[in-house]
Design a protein around this ligand. Structure first.
Ligand SMILES: Nc1ncnc2c1ncn2[C@@H]1O[C@H](COP(=O)(O)OP(=O)(O)OP(=O)(O)O)[C@@H](O)[C@H]1O
Length: 659
């Protein structure tokens, strides 16, 4: 086996029970997983179809498949590499009946569920709605069902959330739909209640490997337990210092729990970092030393000192974006690097806009991840609603969007009448079209319009089960007159962009159908999961823009960390100790993405609404220690020397105060 150190090799070859590889950033955790898969197949003779690897994002799954492909090529055929969510979908599609779902059930994405919550909760403000929604999501991830939530509600606020939870679940089931949380929760309850089903899945997975274990929540932890029960042989890799999803219910305590739940657990630590220079690593280690430790580990690197860390003070957000663009271009010119060697990372999506504007002005190509997904665009959702309806005619939200987009003379009054009739016979809206007694609620013209739509969907559905996916979808879009509707209802430029996106989507789905040998109906069943995917990430020479959350697991030669200010990083809502620790881990994730150079910027002023507010450098700059502090003094040679000097002494003062 090439290029594995002794500890990595031990982790690869350990098969006598559960294994936790506990290691810092850039120490080769993902590498252990890919090499272990290759070793299991090539040296141990395990069939790839009996191995499943779980990653945190679709992007990571794609990368892992590629890395395994490079190691063992076509011999990886049949291997499962997927996110927890995608694995959940696979289980639920096959076992749908056991959880009271039809195999074609719909998956609602975040935008769909927010719309549904809005409908159920009535007229309440967005902040409150978000709070209720995340409370319910946390319940789901903690495996608390609506009845238990209602019973255990501690106060009026919780009782309101629990009642909403009851309504929400009832409505989802009526639509034959699930949300993202259900994709993991339902398989867990299914396995817990039906041991024979769990046993069947266990017998399919001989070895399970889980990446980014520190970010699993209770529900995901249970799924791993249920899938490995009996044999107790699996490989989990994780780093407690990179746990950044506590706000979504992730619990790095799961790392510690493993020891209690699996007394035979073997723990292997990896301490050599292969990614970053010693300076970068030192700054990361010094910063994270401010957090309490779950597990003690020291990271070291053989890559030499490397470039000094550069801390740049900027006047405001515009200046920062301009400076980063110019600096990046100059650096690229000096070092003869590629655009794709660079990443610009930030705490929140809203920070991207001004940077994007500058990069465009300076003609620097970029790709963005962690922002609005291609699949969340209105025009793509218009089309995917048709797909959802083809797969599941009980999906009322998809029905409503499809039947009214493009406009076809079916409006609010018709839908209200249909809703009454469907409600009386306890049917979905689509089934309601064909229900007897519809003439009591709707006139002939309205009934005919609905019939035509229903018949059209049925015709397409019959074709979608057997003809090539791309062709059927093309015909569907032509038949509904989507292109002309776009051009009639929008200005030309907007319509052109949207139409180009639709064509892109049709071509992409057609190709996917061919490559995976799937019909449109089969593709339609996983279409909601697409919103978790970055479609624009095909290989190209472009700077990567990403939130710190989206950058997890990735690495870049040169990293710009922007907006490192109090209020932004740490975020102003996360100043209390537990949340502050998570913010610090986010900063740690950001620093450790860098291989060769790290530049940190912050602004003296930043626009907040209409006003420009004064800002302070983030405490994390100080916590990066001497390396960063020295760098801020050196930086006095760049323009804005006066402010730079003033800020360097402010940093020194902060550092002194801390000591
Ligand atoms: N034994 C090794 N020899 C040479 N390079 C290695 C070795 N192990 C890992 N690397 C390289 O180090 C880098 C980091 O590895 P990897 O991405 O697997 O780390 P990780 O622990 O998963 O990182 P993170 O948790 O920060 O995402 C990669 O470029 C990888 O190819």
């Amino acid at each position: 086996m090439v290029k594995l150190n002794a500890a990595q090799l031990e982790a690869v070859r350990h098969l006598d029970g559960p294994l936790l590889v506990l290691a810092g950033a850039g120490s080769g955790k993902t590498r252990v997983i890919t090499h272990k898969i290759a070793w299991l197949v090539d040296d141990y003779g395990v069939k790839p179809s009996q191995i499943a690897a779980i990653t945190f994002t679709n992007k990571a799954a794609k990368e892992m498949k590629e890395r395994v492909g490079k190691l063992i090529g076509g011999r990886a055929e049949g291997l499962t590499v997927s996110t927890f969510h995608a694995l959940g979908v696979r289980i639920l599609r096959q076992e749908a009946a056991s959880v009271g779902l039809k195999p074609g059930f719909s998956i609602l994405d975040a935008a769909d569920t927010t719309a549904l919550f809005q409908e159920l909760a009535g007229n309440i403000d967005k902040g409150r709605l978000r709070a209720l929604q995340s409370r319910i999501s946390l319940w789901k991830n903690m495996l608390v069902d609506p009845a238990a939530a209602l019973q255990d509600a501690a106060d009026e606020i919780e009782a309101t959330a629990a009642k909403l939870y009851v309504d929400y679940e009832r409505t989802l089931r009526a639509y034959q739909a699930v949300d993202f949380d259900d994709l993991i929760r339902l398989p867990v309850t299914l396995f817990a209640e039906h041991d024979a089903v769990a046993q069947r899945w266990r017998s399919r997975i001989w070895h399970l490997l889980v990446d980014e274990y520190q970010d699993t929540n209770r529900c995901q932890y249970r799924l791993v337990q249920l899938l490995t029960q009996g044999r107790d042989s699996f490989t989990a890799v994780g780093d407690d210092d990179q746990s950044i999803y506590a706000w979504r219910g992730a619990d790095s305590e799961n790392l510690r729990l493993l020891k209690d739940d699996y007394p035979a657990l073997k723990v292997i630590k990896l301490e050599q970092n292969y990614r970053s220079t010693s300076r970068i690593l030192h700054a990361a280690n010094t910063l994270i030393a401010n957090n309490p430790k779950l597990f003690e580990k020291k990271l070291w690197s053989e890559h030499g000192q490397g470039d000094a860390i550069h801390i740049q003070t900027c006047r405001d957000g515009e200046h920062e974006a301009e400076w980063v663009g110019s600096r990046l271009s100059a650096h690229r010119f000096e070092r003869r690097t590629k655009f794709s060697d660079y990443a610009i990372l930030y705490r929140g999506n809203h920070q991207a806009r001004v940077i994007e504007q500058q990069l465009r002005a300076q003609r620097i190509p970029y790709v963005i991840s962690g922002g609005q997904s291609f699949f969340d665009r209105a025009e793509i959702k218009d089309i995917t609603c048709y797909l959802r309806l083809l797969a599941n005619q009980d999906d009322d939200p998809a029905f409503i969007r499809a039947v009214t987009t493009p406009k076809r003379g079916i409006g609010g009054t018709t839908l209200e009448g249909l809703g009454r009739a469907a409600g009386r016979s306890h049917q979905s809206l689509f089934a309601g079209i064909y229900a007897p007694g519809l003439d009591a609620d709707l006139n002939t013209k309205q009934r005919t319009a609905l019939r035509e739509f229903g018949d059209f969907i049925n015709r397409i559905e019959a074709r979608a089960a057997k003809e090539p996916a791309g062709q059927v979808l093309n015909d569907l879009i032509r038949a509904i007159g989507y292109e002309s509707w776009l051009f009639e209802s929008l200005d030309v430029r907007e319509a052109e962009t949207k139409w180009a996106n639709v064509c892109d989507f049709v071509e992409w789905l057609g190709r996917k159908g061919e490559e995976e040998g799937k019909t449109l109906l089969e593709l339609a069943q996983s279409v909601a999961l697409l919103s978790m995917l970055d479609k624009g990430d095909e290989e190209q020479d472009a700077v990567q823009l990403a939130t710190l959350h989206a950058a997890k697991g990735l690495e870049f030669r040169h990293v710009f960390l922007v907006g490192v200010e109090e209020g932004l990083l740490p975020h102003r809502d996360s100043i209390e100790p537990a949340k502050l620790e998570e913010e610090r881990r986010l900063m740690y994730v950001g620093i450790t993405r860098a291989q060769a150079s790290l530049t940190v910027t912050w602004c003296e002023k930043r626009k907040q609404g209409r006003e420009s507010m004064p800002r302070e450098p983030s405490r994390f700059i100080v916590e990066m220690g001497e390396a960063a502090q020295k760098a801020s003094e050196q930086r006095n040679t760049v323009p804005d020397a006066d402010t730079a000097r003033a800020k360097a002494s402010a940093l020194r003062a902060m550092l002194a105060a801390k000591r």
